[in-house]
Design a protein. Structure first.
Length: 136
């Protein structure tokens, strides 16, 4: 279960675990852009977990805020087995999603510089991210 968003529209600091269903329910498709992002995120996460259920999938960016029309969904995958180009090629092969809807990054370990960026606002304030723990 995700905590309520703070007054600034971001999650409280920390890594918040949620199922994909909980994440999608917390950010319902209130407009066409949210619908496109939800569909792309759902298909991508389902395929990534089908490929390797042990992947660590973190979701961030304006998607997990109160923003009505986020630009995309920022995804950070922690994996020593797969590189970013391999995961993107896999996703393109099994379920092409709108190219502009997902920003996929892969790092081999936690902590890493990208995770540090994911947990800060543009003004340097700490904020939370979501770890998708399962599809259901």
């Amino acid at each position: 279960m995700l905590p309520p968003l703070r007054h600034d529209g971001t999650l409280p600091p920390g890594t918040h675990s949620a199922t994909l269903a909980e994440l999608l329910a917390a950010h319902p498709p209130v407009n066409e852009q949210r619908q496109v992002l939800n569909d792309s995120l759902r298909r991508a996460v389902e395929e990534f977990f089908r490929l390797d259920p042990s992947l660590v999938i973190l979701v961030d960016g304006s998607y997990v805020t109160r923003k009505a029309e986020p630009n995309d969904v920022d995804i950070l995958i922690i994996s020593t087995r797969y590189t970013e180009p391999k995961l993107i090629a896999y996703l393109d092969q099994v379920c092409p999603v709108e190219a502009v809807s997902l920003d996929i990054n892969v790092e081999p370990q936690i902590p890493n510089r990208l995770l540090e960026l994911f947990t800060l606002t543009y003004t340097g304030q700490e904020k939370g991210i979501v770890r998708v723990v399962s599809v259901i």
